[in-house]
Structure formats: structure tokens, C-alpha cells
Design a protein around this ligand. Structure first.
Ligand SMILES: Cc1cc2nc3c(=O)[nH]c(=O)nc-3n(C[C@H](O)[C@H](O)[C@H](O)COP(=O)(O)OP(=O)(O)OC[C@H]3O[C@@H](n4cnc5c(N)ncnc54)[C@H](O)[C@@H]3O)c2cc1C
Length: 473
């Protein structure tokens, strides 16, 4: 019998499966889609390759959880350091988010002058450096006692940062700056949204500072697209099955039975990388269904609308841009478009002289029900975003070679989730209310951005690291 069956090959599923396999545990990894990686995969359409969602790898440096996991399975990805991490375009102003604090302060002072800028950005910088150097905490949810004990492990963090945890970020910003204009606030909010997946009014200042400061940490471009990381991580694994959806799971005495459409697999432990909102339907047993159902309320129905474009151009583009306009784009819930370009020398993803572009904007799942209007709405938003992209980055119609779009319904079809970006860590949904990587059900575990700790590579990897501790592997 298998030791571990991992259901889903997103950041969480693929990395824990690769780790367990490398440690010698008999492990199988199931993926419904034809590509590994879920929201961080790479796909091919009309002969062109695109990153599905994620485009930036954060956390690949010595001592950081992302690199530590790769190191532990002996995988060395082909990466390129990205600095500035993003170039922000707003009202014709261009603000590169350099890693170096002084270099960035020069930009921010020029484009958004304020007497408190130095003090504010230094605080954001310091909080980021301090947080990522703390270790020794974990989060369990398998029983009331274990949960209480695990929460105690956060005492050093709470003591160190309490004054920032306990205050709402919007209140803090208002008080700190003594009022800032709409343009500067939009500049901050758009960046907060990338990492925190929420507005400053919904989160505490500590989460806000981590979101605003991720660009001070090392970020990397992945050669060949994000999907290359999953091919790399799984290269030595003995049992990886794509196009293999787990339809049903039965809990037996001391083991689980997992059903695909044409086979049944038995494993002592199951690790689910499906979202917690979708996991209940995999089981018939009411106690397990009820466990997952109680987390369905965390589903904020937030998601992304995607634009995938191939262009032909000799211009050298940055890897990432964020275009901020004054008003929301119709059909979205945001005024900011995140745009990522392939590297000019990355011929694995786009031929020489071509760029593969992945652009995304926040939207609401409920806006994208497949009704009579769906196709027209999709075309409208696709054209609006393309127009903004072309205008802000000076791209001509004649340079567009391919252009497609995707809605939350497209994600549901391919990777069984329409909510994207995971659980936002808001003032209401913080640690004790989040599902953990363990459960009260023996042998049943979770990983991914809808459980502890958060979304994105660093957030999901914190969860993988936590799971490693809980499994004692
Ligand atoms: C538009 C967008 C841009 C982003 N940009 C970045 C970025 O630049 N950097 C960053 O770090 N993060 C980014 N993120 C966030 C990041 O992509 C996600 O947080 C992360 O990839 C989620 O990983 P996960 O482990 O939750 O797995 P998921 O991505 O949710 O993947 C889960 C996998 O499980 C499979 N699955 C589900 N159910 C079953 C089943 N029953 N049987 C078999 N397989 C199943 C699915 O098909 C899927 O492949 C972005 C997200 C989006 C949407």
C-alpha cells in the first residue's frame, strides 16, 4: 500500500509530493489537468506558450523556505534575478520597485512626494527583513489542545509585532501619513492587493507591510515558464499521473481508497491540494464533509480575469508591470492590471523576437456565470485590457500575434477552482480561523493557498513547511 496519495499538483501538492518521494516514502501525485502546477502552471494554445497565473518566484534565497525545499529534493531551477521586481505605471508616471531601499526612495519621492516617505518605507523594509528571519512557529488544527499549543508558538512573533497586528492598515496609513491623496493611495492599494489579496481597510498593518515590501526581497524570473519548476521538482518522482482526476475518496480503517474514473488506489495518508471549498464533495462521509463545509464561508468569490498575448517586438521590456488607472475596468473589481513579459532571451517560452505576456486583473466569480451574456462580456473585458496594455506599453496592433483570455469559469474547467488567490488574511479571517495542514481526521491533510499560511510561492511553502513538521518527515 502507498504511504501518501497527493491529490493535485499545485505549488503545495507538487512540492510536498516531491519531498516525500525524495525521502523514500511511497508516494503518488495525481493531477486532473494535462499540465502540472495549477495556478502556477504553463500551457500551450495556438502553438504559443503562456504562464497560467503566477509569473514571479519569490523566496528563492539561502535560508528561505522556497529554496530550502528545492535544495532538499536536489533541484536547482534555472532562474534570473528580477530587479526592479515590478514597474508601476500610473498617470504617465513610471515607478520601478527596486530592491534597494534608497534607490526606491528616490523614485517614490519624485513621483509621490511626502515628508513621511522615508520613515514609512523604512518601516516596511525593516518589518519584512525581521519577519522572514523568524522560525520555530507552527500551526495545527487536529484537536483543540494541539491548536492551542501551536498558537502559543507564535508568542515571539506576536510580542515583537503586536502593535502592527492589532491595527487596521487603512487606519494606520491615514494616521501615519496624516492623509494622502487618491493617487498615492491607489498606488499603495494596488500593490497591497497583489500579495494580501485584500484592501488596506480589511487587513492589519503587519500583513500590509509584508505585501508592500515583498519587492525588497529577492524575486526571480523562471526560464521556460513557471511550469518548468514543476517539471523540475517532479523529474525524479516515481509515480506522477497527469490527466488523472480523483473523483471520490473513501475513508477505511487505517487507510483511504481513492477513485479515478478507471482505477482505485489505496494509501495510508491523503494530502489534498484541492481548495478547502471544493474538498467536501470528494467524500461521502458526513463528518469529513462537515469539516470542510465549515470553511466554505472563507470563500470570498474573488478571482482573476486573464489576458494571454504573444507579440513580436524588438523593444526590451521589464519582466513585470502594474498599470494603475483611476477607474475600475468594467467587468473587474480593480483599477490595476498586472502584466508579465517573458524574458527576451527565453526561447523556451517564446521564439527570438517574440514575447509571451500574461496579464491579470481581479474580478468576482459571480460575474462570470455562463449565461447568454458570457461571451460578449469576456470579449469586452479582453479588448479593454488589451487596449490599456497597448497604450501604456506602446505596443501596436500589427505586433499582436495571438491573444486569448480566461475567466474564473475557465479555471474551474481546467483546475477545478474558480476562486483564485486563496484566503485573504483579513482582520476577520486570521490564524485561529484558518484551516491548517492537518485535520482532526486521521491521515487526512491539506496544502495550498486556501489553507495555512497564505497564497503565492512563499505563502503556500510556509504551509508545506508546516505540514513537514506535523508529519515529522
Ligand atoms: C493570476 C494570478 C497571478 C498570480 N501571480 C503570482 C505570482 O506572480 N507569484 C506567486 O508566488 N504567486 C502568484 N499567484 C498565486 C499562486 O499562483 C497560487 O497561490 C499558487 O499557485 C496556488 O498553489 P496551490 O498549492 O494552492 O495549488 P493550485 O494552484 O490550486 O493547484 C491545485 C491543483 O490541484 C488539481 N486538482 C484539484 N482537484 C483535483 C482532483 N480531485 N484530482 C486531481 N487533481 C486535482 C488542480 O487541477 C490544480 O492543478 C498568482 C495567482 C493568480 C491566480
Amino acid at each position: 500500500m502507498l504511504e501518501y496519495a497527493v491529490v493535485g499538483s499545485g505549488v503545495g501538492g507538487c512540492s510536498i509530493a516531491a519531498y516525500l518521494d525524495a525521502k523514500g516514502y511511497k508516494t503518488v501525485l495525481f493531477e486532473k489537468d494535462s499540465n502540472l502546477g495549477g495556478c502556477s502552471s504553463t500551457f500551450t494554445r495556438n502553438s504559443y506558450m503562456y504562464n497560467t497565473g503566477a509569473t514571479t518566484l519569490a523566496g528563492y534565497k539561502d535560508g528561505h523556505i522556497v529554496k530550502s525545499l528545492f535544495d532538499s529534493i536536489g533541484y536547482k531551477p534555472k532562474l534570473l534575478a528580477t530587479d526592479p521586481a515590478i514597474v508601476i505605471i500610473q498617470n504617465g508616471k513610471t515607478s520601478p520597485r527596486y530592491r534597494d531601499l534608497e534607490k526606491f526612495l528616490t523614485v517614490v519621492e519624485q513621483n509621490y512626494p511626502h515628508p513621511k516617505n522615508r520613515e514609512f518605507w523604512t518601516l516596511v523594509y525593516e518589518l519584512n527583513k525581521k519577519f522572514y528571519s523568524i522560525d520555530g512557529y507552527y500551526y495545527s488544527n487536529s484537536s483543540f489542545l494541539k491548536k492551542a499549543l501551536s498558537l502559543l508558538s507564535y508568542t515571539p512573533i506576536f510580542l515583537k509585532f503586536f502593535r502592527y497586528f492589532s491595527v487596521n492598515a487603512k487606519t494606520f496609513l491615514d494616521h501615519f501619513f496624516g492623509g494622502i491623496d487618491k493617487e498615492y493611495l491607489d498606488f499603495l492599494e494596488a500593490q497591497i492587493m497583489i500579495v494580501a489579496q485584500a484592501k488596506s481597510s480589511e487587513i492589519n498593518f503587519f500583513t500590509c507591510a509584508l505585501a508592500l515590501g515583498y519587492t525588497f526581497n529577492e524575486t526571480h524570473y523562471v526560464y521556460g515558464g513557471m511550469g518548468a519548476l514543476f517539471d523540475g521538482m517532479s523529474a525524479d518522482m516515481k509515480d506522477v499521473r497527469v490527466n488523472s482526476e480523483i473523483k471520490k475518496i473513501e475513508k477505511k480503517e487505517g487507510y483511504y481508497k481513492l477513485y479515478t474514473k478507471d482505477e482505485v488506489i489505496e494509501a495510508k495518508n491523503v494530502i489534498l491540494n484541492s481548495t478547502v471549498y471544493a474538498s467536501a464533495k470528494l467524500f461521502d462521509e458526513s463528518s469529513i464533509q462537515n469539516y470542510y463545509k465549515k470553511y466554505e464561508k472563507l470563500d470570498n468569490r474573488q478571482s482573476s480575469f486573464m489576458l494571454y498575448v504573444t507579440i513580436k517586438s524588438d523593444v526590451e521590456f521589464a519582466h513585470h508591470y502594474q498599470i494603475i488607472q483611476d477607474e475600475k475596468f468594467e467587468g473587474s473589481i480593480s483599477n490595476a492590471l498586472f502584466v508579465s513579459f517573458s524574458d527576451k532571451d527565453d526561447e523556451q517560452i517564446a521564439p527570438k523576437g517574440y514575447y509571451s505576456i500574461t496579464a491579470s486583473i481581479h474580478t468576482d466569480v459571480r460575474f462570470w456565470q455562463k449565461d447568454a451574456d458570457y461571451k460578449a462580456k469576456k470579449e469586452r473585458l479582453k479588448n479593454l485590457l488589451l487596449e490599456s496594455l497597448m497604450k501604456n506599453l506602446d505596443i501596436q496592433t500589427s505586433q499582436i500575434i495571438d491573444c486569448i483570455s480566461a475567466t474564473p469559469s475557465t479555471f474551474a474547467k481546467y483546475i477545478s477552482r474558480s476562486q483564485l488567490g486563496g484566503n485573504a488574511i483579513t482582520m476577520k479571517n486570521f490564524l485561529p480561523f484558518l484551516p491548517s495542514n492537518d485535520t482532526p481526521i486521521k491521515g487526512l491533510y491539506n496544502v495550498g493557498d486556501t489553507v495555512y499560511a497564505a497564497q503565492g510561492w512563499p505563502g503556500v511553502m510556509l504551509g508545506v513547511n508546516n505540514l513537514k513538521k506535523l508529519l515529522h518527515v
